[in-house]
Design a protein around this ligand. Structure first.
Ligand code: ADP
Ligand code: MG
Length: 677
């Protein structure tokens, strides 16, 4: 079994090399064979006109001048040779190849690979060969390596491994799948991905592994989803529909169609015997909280308790208030945060335990505290991307198989959603409540700051309020706060005394935060200077301006979140991005912000500009790392793999058809290695 055979069994691997390979997580022969090149050098001769500036390319020419050699530094040299290529004379530059001076003769044929400079007609040579272009494969895999390991060594041992063990590589995809998609079998594909003879071979080998990788992933996720559903057997809730209807009728607005649809999907989950594992996606301000409230009430109407977990205390406070307003005599809502005083907390804990409380709103204190629910039926997690897997599991374990609803205002591009949330059902609110005026967004440079501040003053004269977000310094909370404090003082000097300015940042105590937020909500403060702690959820409809300093430092999703803090009332609102981005990407991002208010559109752009890894932020991407597949480029393959996986599970072929047994076995192995919440 290649899976258990130590890599040291391969010819040419001694203990030193073995250690170096271990550093790359290569322990077995299988690991080695599946250590694919991270990119390829295509050493094909290209016509000069087809070579891009700075592209690494191979050209073939005739030596057209005596080499000229200069030495510099210690033992460093630069050798220049003119080459006639097609009808043009170009310069080939070699570093530290002084010995070539005596080896190159006029009219010799020379093939060189390196970085091409279109303007200077010059190629900086990284690889050369005397004579006509390389006969052997012109495509070279390039591995990402560490330490002293060289490309040549790795290629040699992979070659040795293929020679000795290549025939033992087992196919895992069913025959008819290979036929349907015209994929090479696993043995050939492995060989071709390391040592492709030509582009076509490489393309098919890659196509095969992209499909294999995505299919395995989809099968795993969908099996997990199936298990989660089955684990919930018997947790069907008897929802009192007429009570729920009357609750919806009592809300101060009527639901949008998208809200209605989401409510129906959630209620179906609650009624059914499987456990709900659903994501509710909706742009900022689309009204997710109302949907959450209805879901909570539905659970209560079935005699259960509900919990709403949010990422910050400010948000907990705010949700607590709106829920209290909406629930009034319908249900008893309590709040549990880290900063609650001991006596108060004890009371709240008791109420939760003996079911005096129907709904608990809280931060992660909900899972840190020894909270005991009497009968927890539904857990709603707001802004779910801020929570880790561990926290989610801990919360869920407090009750007996509660239904779980995750909410997010970060619109997730479909491409990522089907991967990151492959084990979930998804509801989308893709429609805004009526009568909202879209926020007008402007991008201004620093020298216009004075005009911007005057504009804010005018808005304040009209009775409105403004947020000012201070510059963000990555990885340094301390500096962020210093920035906010400085800005706070500057603005206090700038504005007349009757304009009250507040300051908000992450180091304030919960009480201080609450005081500031209350003052802002009550318009005792007109300008709130803040770090990004106001990012999520905060609702002050009277605020009409969102000014963001150094906006280029924020991701699009974050800017959009911040923008979502305004435009929540009847008046026209504005988002002003103060930014002077240097690079094209930064400028592009500012432009996109001014052009669209649609979170989903923005998220697609963000994904393209930043790549899938950065999309969710560094910490909890929720995305698997794929070896060959690229979530954006291979989007179509992803759709196909997803459909196939679903078909294999639904029809049961995966479990019963002998042709699928290797695949099933592999997936079961993988599932047993991983722990999902
Ligand atoms: P989200 O959490 O999705 O950002 P909220 O639930 O905070 O949005 O809703 C934003 C505002 O819109 C709140 O003031 C809420 O009361 C209001 N709202 C929600 N649904 C509707 C609706 N269907 N019609 C009018 N206003 C609504
Ligand atoms: Mg919200």
């Amino acid at each position: 079994m290649l899976k258990t055979l130590p890599v040291s069994q391969v010819k040419g691997i001694g203990s030193k090399l073995e250690k170096a390979l271990n550093e790359l997580n290569i322990f077995t022969v299988e690991d080695l064979l599946f250590y694919f090149p991270s990119r390829y050098d295509f050493r094909e001769i290209k016509p000069l006109k087809d070579i891009q500036h700075n592209e690494t390319a191979t050209i073939e020419g005739k030596v057209a001048s005596e080499p000229s050699l200069t030495f510099y530094g210690r033992k460093k040299s630069r050798l220049v040779v003119m080459l006639r290529v097609e009808e043009v004379v170009v310069k080939a530059v070699f570093f530290n190849r002084h010995f070539l001076k005596n080896q190159l003769r006029l009219n010799d044929i020379l093939t060189v690979t390196g970085k091409w400079d279109t303007h200077r007609l010059q190629l900086t040579v990284s690889h050369y060969q005397k004579g006509r272009a390389v006969r052997q494969s012109s495509i070279q895999g390039v591995y990402s390596l560490k330490g002293d390991l060289t490309q040549r060594t790795v290629k040699t041992i992979i070659h040795n491994a293929l020679t000795a063990y290549g025939k033992n590589i087992e196919e895992i995809l069913p025959e008819h799948v290979l036929e349907t998609y015209k994929l090479p079998d696993r043995k050939d594909a492995i060989r071709h991905i390391h040592f492709p003879e030509n582009r076509l071979e490489l393309k098919h080998a890659r196509r095969r592994f992209i499909y294999e990788e995505l299919l395995l992933f989809q099968l795993q996720m969908q099996l997990i989803r199936k298990k989660k559903r089955e684990a919930g057997e018997g947790n069907d809730k008897k929802i009192n529909t007429s009570k729920v209807k009357s609750f919806i009728g009592g809300l101060p607005f009527s639901l949008t169609d998208a809200q209605k649809r989401s409510v129906e999907e959630i209620l179906d989950d609650l009624r059914s015997s499987h456990r709900m594992n659903r994501l509710l996606q909706g742009d900022v301000g689309s009204g997710k909280t109302a949907v959450a409230a209805i879901a909570l009430y539905a659970a209560i109407s079935a005699g259960k308790q509900g919990a709403l977990m949010v990422p910050t205390e400010i948000l907990a406070e705010q949700h607590y208030e709106s829920l209290n307003e909406w629930f009034d005599e319908y249900a008893k809502v309590v709040m549990l945060t880290g900063s609650a005083r001991t006596k108060e907390r004890k009371k709240v804990l008791d109420m939760i335990k003996n079911h005096e409380a129907d709904i608990v709103v809280g931060t992660h204190a909900l899972i840190q505290d020894p909270v005991q629910f009497s009968d927890l039926g539904l857990v709603i997690v707001d802004e779910q991307h801020r929570f880790g897997v561990e926290q989610r599991r801990a919360l869920r374990e407090k009750g007996l198989n509660p239904d779980v609803l995750f909410m997010t205002a970060t619109p997730i591009p479909r491409t990522l959603a089907i991967t990151a949330f492959a084990d979930m059902d998804v509801s989308v609110i893709d429609e805004m409540p009526e009568g909202r005026k879209p926020v007008k967004t402007y991008w201004v440079k620093d020298h216009m700051l004075d005009r911007v501040l005057k504009f804010i003053w005018e808005e304040i004269q009209k009775g409105h309020q403004a947020y000012v977000i201070s510059p963000l310094i990555e990885e340094s909370e301390k500096l962020d706060i210093q920035n906010a404090v400085d800005l706070y003082h500057q603005l206090q000097e700038y504005f007349p005394e009757d304009v009250k300015i507040g300051l908000m940042h992450g180091r304030l105590s919960a009480e201080e935060k609450e005081k500031v937020m209350k003052a802002f909500a009550g318009n005792e403060i007109q300008i709130l200077v803040s770090t990004t702690v106001v990012e999520v959820g905060v609702n002050v409809p009277n605020a009409t301006v969102m000014l963001i300093y150094d906006a280029e430092r924020f991701g699009l999703a974050q800017l959009h979140q911040l923008r979502g803090r305004v435009g929540r009332g009847d008046a026209q609102s504005y988002c002003i991005l103060l930014a002077d981005p240097k690079g094209e990407t930064g400028k592009e991002r500012m432009r996109i912000m001014t052009e669209t208010n649609n979170g989903f559109e923005l998220s697609e752009h963000d994904l393209k500009l930043r790549g899938p890894g950065d999309f969710f932020g560094k910490k909890q991407s929720g995305l698997p790392e794929f070896k060959v597949a690229d979530l954006i480029q291979d989007y179509k393959a992803l759709e196909v793999a997803r459909k196939d996986a679903r078909h294999m599970i639904r029809t049961g072929v995966l479990f019963h058809d002998p042709d699928y047994q290797s695949l099933l076995k592999l997936i079961e192995e993988k599932l047993s290695e991983q722990i999902y919440d």
